[in-house]
Design a binder for this molecule. Sequence first.
Ligand SMILES: C[S@@+](CC[C@H](N)C(=O)[O-])C[C@H]1O[C@@H](n2cnc3c(N)ncnc32)[C@H](O)[C@@H]1O
Length: 205
Amino acid sequence: MPQPWPEEKTCHGVSFYHSRHTRIRQLKRLHSPRDFGYRVWTSCWLLMDYLRSLRTPPGLRVMDVGCGWGLAGIYCAKNLQATVTCVDADPEVFPYLRLHAELNQVQVATQCKRYENLTAQDLQGIDLLMGADICFWDEMPEQVLPMIDQALASGVRLILIADPGRSSFERLANDCAVNYGASTLNFSVRQPHDISGRILRITNR
Ligand SMILES: C[S@@+](CC[C@H](N)C(=O)[O-])C[C@H]1O[C@@H](n2cnc3c(N)ncnc32)[C@H](O)[C@@H]1O
């Protein structure tokens, strides 16, 4: 018999609520994220485990773009002692993010902005720019590329974008390989369940 999914779980050091949890159901009556910000997406777990493997120094300044419920950013604040800003175009995701920041007892800043509109000022001082499941429609490489350009010009040292491997993401990865010498690797995790995908890595040379 399959075990029922517990309503609250901890994976990769981050606690999160299942969508059936009372507190999530309460929020859903008040806040309706659009553009897929209504749940936690799988690629954020790839990003967390990949970041753990990098053994980054504590105190990084991190920006999590297209953050949704913000678990990747919360991971960095909780486990990497990072200073984190979570950015999303949809303000309706932030109540879910704040609930999870509270659950994990961390503080993260939020910014409501489209990633293609991030300025040099927004990106100034950021060490790591990351996003999970942010290139899911055909036109999205054209939105993500200007952000990458701006981030590299602003001195961001490392950019990581995780994805299940959609064709839009692969097009972005190819453009980044040509323009910035970026690499893309296959990556998988076993928790919270078996997840495989791709991680695009761009370093500022
Ligand atoms: C598929 S969800 C992924 C959420 C989160 N990264 C995760 O791993 O659970 C995509 C998120 O990107 C946001 N988004 C979509 N287009 C955006 C844009 N142009 N600029 C900023 N955020 C955007 C959506 O509001 C949504 O929260």
